[in-house]
Design a protein around this ligand. Structure first.
Ligand SMILES: *[C@@H]1O[C@H](CO)[C@@H](O)[C@H](O)[C@H]1NC(C)=O
Ligand SMILES: *[C@@H]1O[C@H](CO)[C@@H](O)[C@H](O)[C@H]1NC(C)=O
Ligand SMILES: *[C@@H]1O[C@H](CO)[C@@H](O)[C@H](O)[C@H]1NC(C)=O
Ligand SMILES: *[C@@H]1O[C@H](CO)[C@@H](O)[C@H](O)[C@H]1NC(C)=O
Ligand SMILES: *[C@@H]1O[C@H](CO)[C@@H](O)[C@H](O)[C@H]1NC(C)=O
Ligand SMILES: *[C@@H]1O[C@H](CO)[C@@H](O)[C@H](O)[C@H]1NC(C)=O
Length: 395
């Protein structure tokens, strides 16, 4: 791993190195074909399944998984600490995180506090660092999510989870440090009550919120980061000052997956609940027309954009930019995704062709940790680890 003293250099030059490693960015390619079932250099491997038993007290739920994953989580937490120490070399920030953060942040609602305490105990990582690891996803989740409806009214939901930007670059093989360290932490989770599935999700071991998941037969949900000047930092500040009426975004999606019982109920909660950080919620249901992108600021919904198959809108695509604005010119994954969906046509959309779209650069890029494909009504849920060998854009 990179020593703390090498890191500032690596962090600062990451963007440059990246740009040099590519052909002139943005790197794009023709829409991929016949990439499913996953194989070849863009496929890293399968994701293991674990059961989380919701009948256990929250403190004990993560024991089995975290016993397996503690060594990998320690590596990642250390990398994050190295980044922080590179910017503030005195070690004071980490000291604060370890000693003061749990008290400063105070009580988290529902099962979250106890779950994080249980994870800290099993992994022997200070609670403050586990909390930081959980909060960190509120800020760096750069993704692409898609919902499609075929000619028969059958829905599919796909997403690429892109994560780790600007947190260190491996010069040996042109990859992001954190993105690579997240791959062995990626798990599929089957949350059960009474030995029956309540919902399934893909996540990173040690994280108790959920950003990608589905409730078989009912709905599917993914969350994408939304950058905004009036962003999550203000939410965290309010929280620290004692105003704790907003939900952390990864926690609200977990709650909806766990406790909502229909597309409409989920949509209602995701539209109306006050949240800590701006976000996009991509929600799919179980019948024709039930698919939407909810664009949120912290207090309210700005836009709900729905499928409208009768008028030819047979897909919705969301990356990390408001749909009424142009994407940042160095980071346009939206146009290629739409172009490839157009190319696929509604007649031919399927799990296979959706994987093709999510495998086309730059929708697939060096930040992509995994690809998830969801068929709510058939109860089909698949997640694959990804790689993006050169030439490939860094984000
Ligand atoms: C790149 O190198 C890092 C650090 O050595 C390693 O963890 C990672 O698996 C490598 N990734 C690829 C795609 O080769
Ligand atoms: C769940 O299944 C296990 C074994 O398959 C059994 O021992 C346990 O009692 C079951 N629990 C419930 C709540 O039904
Ligand atoms: C789901 O609802 C149950 C029962 O009300 C509650 O105990 C639990 O904390 C909720 N789960 C989440 C993640 O909010
Ligand atoms: C679709 O979801 C609704 C709840 O929104 C549920 O009542 C219905 O049974 C579901 N349909 C199927 C085919 O599962
Ligand atoms: C995709 O097709 C729609 C409908 O024909 C069109 O409005 C849109 O511009 C196309 N997008 C791209 C990126 O090709
Ligand atoms: C749909 O896919 C089939 C098989 O891959 C292909 O032969 C056909 O041309 C496609 N249709 C369209 C409209 O693209």
């Amino acid at each position: 791993m990179l020593g703390p003293r090498r890191l500032p250099w690596v962090v600062l030059t990451a963007a440059v190195t990246c740009a040099l490693a590519q052909h002139a960015p943005p790197w794009t390619e023709d829409c991929r074909k016949s990439t499913y079932p996953p194989s070849g250099p863009t496929y890293r491997g399968p994701v293991p399944w674990y059961t989380v038993n919701l009948d256990l007290p929250p403190y004990k739920r993560w024991q089995e998984l975290m016993t397996h994953k503690a060594p990998m989580l320690k590596i990642l937490v250390n990398s994050l600490k190295n980044v922080v120490n590179a910017f503030v070399p005195s070690g004071k920030v980490i000291e604060m995180v370890d000693q003061k953060l749990p008290e400063l942040l105070g009580n988290f609602p529902g099962p979250f506090e106890e779950e994080m305490k249980g994870i800290a105990a099993v992994t022997d990582i200070p609670l403050g660092e586990i909390i930081s690891f959980n909060i960190f996803y509120e800020f760096f989740t750069i993704c692409t999510s898609v919902i499609t409806e075929d000619k028969e009214g059958h829905l599919l939901h796909g997403r690429n989870m892109d994560f780790g930007v600007f947190l260190g670059w491996n010069v040996n093989n042109n990859t992001w440090v954190v993105t690579e360290e997240l791959k062995p932490l990626t798990v599929n989770l089957d949350f059960q009550r009474n030995n029956k599935t309540v919902f399934k999700a893909s996540s990173f071991a040690g994280y108790v919120g959920m950003l990608t998941g589905f409730k078989p037969g009912l709905f599917s949900l993914t969350l994408n980061e939304r950058f905004s000047i009036n962003g999550g930092y203000l939410g965290v500040l309010e929280w620290l000052l004692g105003k704790k009426d907003a939900m952390w975004i990864g926690f609200i999606t977990r709650s909806v997956l766990e406790n909502s019982t229909s597309y409409e109920e989920a949509k209602n909660i995701l539209t109306k609940t006050k949240i800590m950080a701006p976000a996009y919620f991509i929600l799919g249901g179980n019948q024709s027309g039930e698919g939407c992108v909810i664009t949120r600021n912290r207090k309210e919904s700005l836009d709900v954009y729905e499928l409208d198959p009768k008028h030819g809108r047979w897909y919705v695509v969301q990356t990390n930019y408001d749909r009424w604005k142009n994407p940042f010119f160095l980071d346009d994954r939206r146009t290629p995704a739409k172009m490839c969906l157009n190319h696929t046509t509604q007649e031919n959309v399927s799990i296979e062709t959706l994987y093709d779209v999510l495998s086309t650069k730059p929708v697939l890029n060096k930040l992509t940790v995994f690809t998830t494909l969801i068929d709510v009504t058939k109860g089909r849920y698949e997640t694959y680890l990804r790689d993006c060998p050169d030439p490939c854009i860094g984000w």
